[in-house]
Design a protein around this ligand. Sequence first.
Ligand code: NDP
Length: 352
Amino acid sequence: MSEKVVIIGSGPAGWAAAIYAARANLDPLLYEGTVKPEMIPLGQLAFTTEVENYPGFPFGNVREFVETSVDKERHWNLPPVPSEQRDGKPHYAVQGVELMELMKQQALNFQTRVVSDDIIDVDFTSQPLRVMPASGDPIESQTVIVATGARANYLGLDSEETYKNKGVSACAVCDGALPIYRNKPLAVIGGGDSAVEEATYLANLKDAATIYLVHRRDQLRASKIMQQRALDHPKIELVWNSVVEEVLGDGEMVTSLKLKSTVDDSERELEVGGMFVAIGHTPNTAFLHGKLEMNDKGYIHWKEPFRTLTSAEGVFAAGDVADDYYRQAITSAGTGCMAALDAERYLAAHEA
Ligand code: NDP
């Protein structure tokens, strides 16, 4: 028997789609992924610490809420409780994993069926659609929601890996305002719009120190208006023709970067308390083997503006896999909801 809705991916878009589809009695089947980096269980937020910008989650004793909401057998996945206090109160923003476990719980509460497996191929040429899990038989479904996200590109250094979440981040908007970065010189790596935007964001924070924008060439790729914004900003300093050779730290936090000149190979050390990598993203679409229309950057193309319809009938795309522009948890969850509503309307229109 064919499914009504199969959802591929377990970030905010996947869970939001599941919650909406389940509440519409579509009995969704969600593949949450097992293998990094192609299908990341719980999505990119699984790699984030505090999430301060997801509406509805102000600072507070979030952990009590998480522990009373999330099933006990998944508490092992919860991160340690941060100990920061401000004004004598716990200053505790929801952690990325906690937020995702809450979304997963909400989907489970409405009987979403969750499978810990990856989808490795699809056939969208005719109805019913088919998705192929890594193990087990192909699954037939009338609709499919692709919500596999995108992953931030990193430099690929071992030392960068060591300091992830200890001063290395790929999202200044998510992490830049955290106390660990306050009043410290910081580096943003890259020369595109994202790098300039992240540097400007950091430089405009209340407690900003110098923000170094480290680029491998002597010209930015960013749009002219964005470039000018960075060049004119009193707190942003351009470091041209330089690549990061090594991230240095004291074991707990980043303390500096070893930079190498792309012109004469000379090396220097740049003292910083954090490094934000902004060298682009890669959408997780390899498993589709080009069977959906993508844009020139490999993101799934929405057939109509503000609709989640893709080039294949009955297939919808939500979250970062179809968005190279906003890339926020809240926008991702929003398009997950849209995809579930689109799937519901598609099913209603095609009811036998
Ligand atoms: P881009 O691909 O535009 O830029 C990536 C940057 O990273 C380039 O400057 C590139 O250098 C550099 N880079 C790539 N790989 C490495 C590496 N291994 N080591 C060092 N540097 C590296 O990606 P963005 O994320 O900046 O932007 C993606 C899209 O989103 C663009 O179309 C952009 O316009 C858009 N965007 C728009 C915004 C806005 O309008 N507000 C904000 C953010 C993004 P090089 O230049 O030498 O190739």
